[in-house]
Write a protein that binds this ligand. Structure first.
Ligand code: UD1
Ligand code: MG
Length: 468
């Protein structure tokens, strides 16, 4: 970086690099019109453009956001400077524009086929055919409906996320916001796919049969995933970079999973849904890497709730419409752990302060677990006190008692604080790096479980079917 942190204009090397990247991507994009349209290449090219646009816009618009009151204080620094917040809004807008521009690409072949006689542009159509709706019955309207429903869901979550960043909606109200955003997806799932059965593991098959139909409960489960994914990313937050790195890791692992299906001989039944997933993940990675550039330690911008919700919803969109929501659940294991571990504070058994991010020790420059203070008058009830002490014994919490055995402090229930209880005080970027590495290792293990270990308890894996 040659530009100073406060500079709002791009440095010359940055301008040259972004300009070259954009020109190269636009050239590749223009070339995809020759041949069959090559939608995957077009998606990659547009993702490059999305990176450049987000990179430049974050730099240019930072001060405008601060002027409009979208700013936050970085609590883990010596100098408590205000920096722009809600930069996820820029990512969301760029992403949505790119996804909209991309609409014709995956349908290029179908548009040609539906409008000029089976894809052969030399065929001269008879007048009566032209009047019969230009053979549009051949067009995959279902696929387009999936695509459009995904856009509606992502637009809704972006609007709601920006609303949250502007008005700081109360936690218990905003928790359900993503459920509304998921309705278009669930409707398309119902019409288009409609499978509500789950495969029963081999040991349980004598009791439940091979398939178990969850019926409408399956939709409740999917709405649950839609509520969980965005919120879980928002509460695994509070140190520079962590919201973006966890999202990038999950997106890359989902993309890796998609690529496994592309490597199988076409036409595999799941290839199309995994291609669809890549079309949504690649531009997401484009905007996220640009955001990470600014949000990594020492952060020059905050991502805001908009980014956390948006990222979580991108995963929901691809996994519901790609029919692999259970794989997503495996990739969200650290987030699930963080949520379950947070439950005592989220559900009010232990007081929950507005912020639970790790505490910055200005003397050492290191992060320590943040704590909830207890007073002699306000002590946890007996069973809770017992549970807190038990967690302390298992090193799952840090509890401080006074001489009389009364609670004075308990560390806050987040995975970031727990990590600090285990590892001792750490520098902020070190903590972010370690949590990100853990996310990657656990995610890779999740994918391994999905494709290999699952074969121990299920008859087959839908990727393995074609490979073995
Ligand atoms: C969630 C967490 C909260 C955590 C916060 C941090 C729950 C229930 N809520 O709340 O405990 O403190 O995220 O994002 O678990 N900030 C930093 N450094 C960072 C990132 C954020 O200091 O690297 C601070 C800034 O002051 C920023 C603020 O956190 O303005 C953003 O918090 P916000 O996203 O509004 O908090 P919530 O999502 O409501
Ligand atoms: Mg937040």
């Amino acid at each position: 970086m040659t530009a100073s942190p406060n500079s709002t204009s791009l440095s010359r090397p940055e301008t040259i690099s972004l300009f070259s990247l954009t020109v190269a991507c636009l050239t590749v994009l223009a070339n995809t019109f020759q041949g069959d349209g090559a939608p995957l290449v077009a998606s990659l090219a547009l993702s490059g453009v999305a990176f450049s646009a987000t990179f430049a816009l974050i730099r240019w618009l930072g001060p405008t956001f601060i002027k409009s009151g979208l700013k936050g204080v970085d609590m883990s620094k010596h100098h408590k400077r205000e920096i722009p917040e809600c930069m996820g809004a820029i990512c969301a807008v760029v992403y949505l524009l790119v996804i909209i521009v991309f609409i014709p690409f995956p349908f290029y072949k179908d548009i040609v086929a539906a409008t000029s006689g089976g894809g052969n542009r030399d065929v001269i159509l008879q007048m009566e055919h032209v009047q019969q709706g230009r053979l549009l019955h051949r067009f995959p309207h279902g696929k387009l409906a999936s695509y459009l429903s995904a856009i509606i869901s992502l637009q809704s979550i972006a609007i709601l996320g920006i609303g949250d960043d502007l008005f700081d909606i109360r936690w218990r109200h905003k928790f359900f916001i993503p459920a509304f955003a998921s309705i278009p997806l669930l409707v398309v799932y119902f019409v288009d796919f409609g499978v509500t059965s789950i495969v029963i593991p081999i040991p349980l098959q004598p009791y439940f049969g091979e398939l178990f139909n969850l019926g409408s409960l399956y939709y409740v489960y999917m709405a649950g995933v839609a509520i969980f994914s965005p919120n879980s990313i928002n509460i695994l937050a509070g140190i520079n970079g962590i919201e973006v790195t966890q999202s990038i890791i999950i997106a890359m692992l989902l993309a890796l999973n998609d690529c496994l299906y592309l490597l199988t001989p076409y036409p595999h039944p799941a290839t199309d849904s995994h291609l669809f997933s890549l079309y949504f993940l690649l531009p997401f990675l484009g905007v996220s890497f640009a955001l990470l550039w600014y949000n990594w330690y020492p952060a020059r911008v905050f991502v805001g709730d908009t980014y956390c919700y948006f990222a979580g919803m991108v995963f929901v969109v691809v996994s519901i419409l790609g029919h692999f929501s259970k794989t997503l659940v495996l990739l969200l294991i650290p987030q699930i752990f963080n949520f379950v571990y947070s439950a005592p504070q989220l559900f009010g058994l232990v007081p929950c302060p507005r912020h639970r991010l790790p505490r910055f020790n200005a003397r050492t420059g290191l992060l320590e677990p943040s704590v909830t203070p207890w007073t002699p008058e306000r002590q946890p009830k007996k069973p809770i006190a017992w549970a807190l002490k038990l967690l302390h014994q298992f090193k799952l919490l840090r509890v401080t008692l006074d001489e009389e055995g009364k609670f004075t402090e308990t560390s806050n229930f987040t995975i970031l604080n727990l990590w600090l209880v285990w590892r001792g005080p750490l520098r902020e970027e070190r903590l972010a790096l370690e949590i990100t590495t853990m996310q990657m290792v656990v995610g890779l293990f999740g994918l391994f479980v999905r494709h290999r270990l699952a074969l121990l308890i299920f008859n087959s894996d839908n990727w393995g079917i074609m490979n073995t």
